[in-house]
Design a protein around this ligand. Structure first.
Ligand code: PGA
Length: 298
């Protein structure tokens, strides 16, 4: 293989097809025609001497060679980010890039903290990804971002975890519920229907884990992949739920719901800033961690 025949442009095109799993969407993103994208990846695979993608039904998957190349492109990307921030240091944080992936429930407070950071460092290019916990863990496995914000970091990965803020999960009911305003037990709510987040959500995993520890179960009526939708369904009397306090209004009554005082609740767990152990953090990433820790202590 003659490496000198591999161009930056080909690698960028390859990485975009790999990320989006589609030649046509990659063409759209890169403002190229689809044949141009196909030609570039074909030339790249000819230089390497092995196919990079395989077609399975309508899906495009990476071959083993494709996976190796994707890991290499990400490592190169990390090196460039490091270089970028070394240059940024010479400029005094006047350039650089910060990629953060956060779980859906963190969107209620993180953007505000990010806003302060963006105002302080207007030349840093910030890219935010918001998805549920399973999505964030998948991104972490692929080394796609600098930092991850979540409350249940995966136990099987080599990562650095830094808790910075409480994330209590509370039992919520429609306003005026019979158990409101007094202490009650989970057993008293055994007859109630519950609406919970989808499997793959961090909130759901925390609830399942907690109930398992208590050796209790709930009657789950509906599984919904949105805190807002659950909040509205609870307000319209469809059942109770267990949600992050952060997903509720300062006064939950404004949304037609109340927090019940249930024994063994709230589930206490912190929000954490997480990154891969081997990752050399760029200056913007270090500055952002400092900002989060400082704001959360204010
Ligand atoms: P979720 O994650 O938004 O996927 O429920 C929340 C969490 O990690 O606590």
């Amino acid at each position: 293989m003659n490496r000198r025949h591999i161009t930056q442009r080909q690698l960028e095109t390859f990485a975009t097809v790999a990320r989006l799993g589609s030649f046509s969407r990659a063409a759209e993103t890169l403002h190229l025609t689809q044949p141009a994208v196909s030609i570039q990846t074909k030339q790249l695979s000819e230089t390497i001497g092995l196919p990079l993608f395989e077609q399975i039904g309508r899906d495009i998957r990476l071959t083993a060679a494709g996976e190796e190349l994707q890991a290499t492109v990400r490592a190169l990307d990390d090196e460039w980010a490091r270089f970028d921030s070394a240059i940024g240091a010479l400029w005094g944080m006047h350039s650089g890039r910060l990629r953060v992936a956060l779980v859906t429930t963190a969107k209620y407070f993180l953007p505000r903290m990010l806003g302060a950071f963006c105002r302080r460092y207007p030349h840093i290019d910030v890219q935010l990804e918001i998805t549920n916990r399973a999505g964030v863990v998948a991104r972490m496995r692929g080394n796609e971002d600098d930092l991850y914000i979540m409350s249940l970091p995966p136990a099987d990965m080599d990562i650095v975890v830094r808790p910075f803020l409480d994330n209590p999960l509370v039992v919520v009911a429609p306003l005026g519920h019979a158990a409101a305003g007094r202490r009650c037990t989970l057993d008293e709510l055994a007859g109630e229907s519950f609406l919970l987040r989808e499997p793959g959500s961090g909130s759901r995993a925390a609830v399942d884990r907690h109930l398992q520890k208590l050796e209790k179960s709930l009657r789950v009526r509906l599984t919904v992949a949105s805190n807002e939708a659950i909040r509205d369904l609870v307000a319209s009397d469809l059942g109770l739920s267990i949600l992050s306090r952060h997903s509720l209004a300062a006064d939950p009554a404004d949304d037609g719901i109340c927090i019940l005082d249930v024994e063994h609740f709230p589930i206490q767990q912190p929000w954490s800033i997480v990154h891969l152990k081997g990752k050399v953090l760029s200056l913007p990433a270090q500055a952002f961690i400092g900002e989060l820790v400082q704001t959360s202590q204010a």
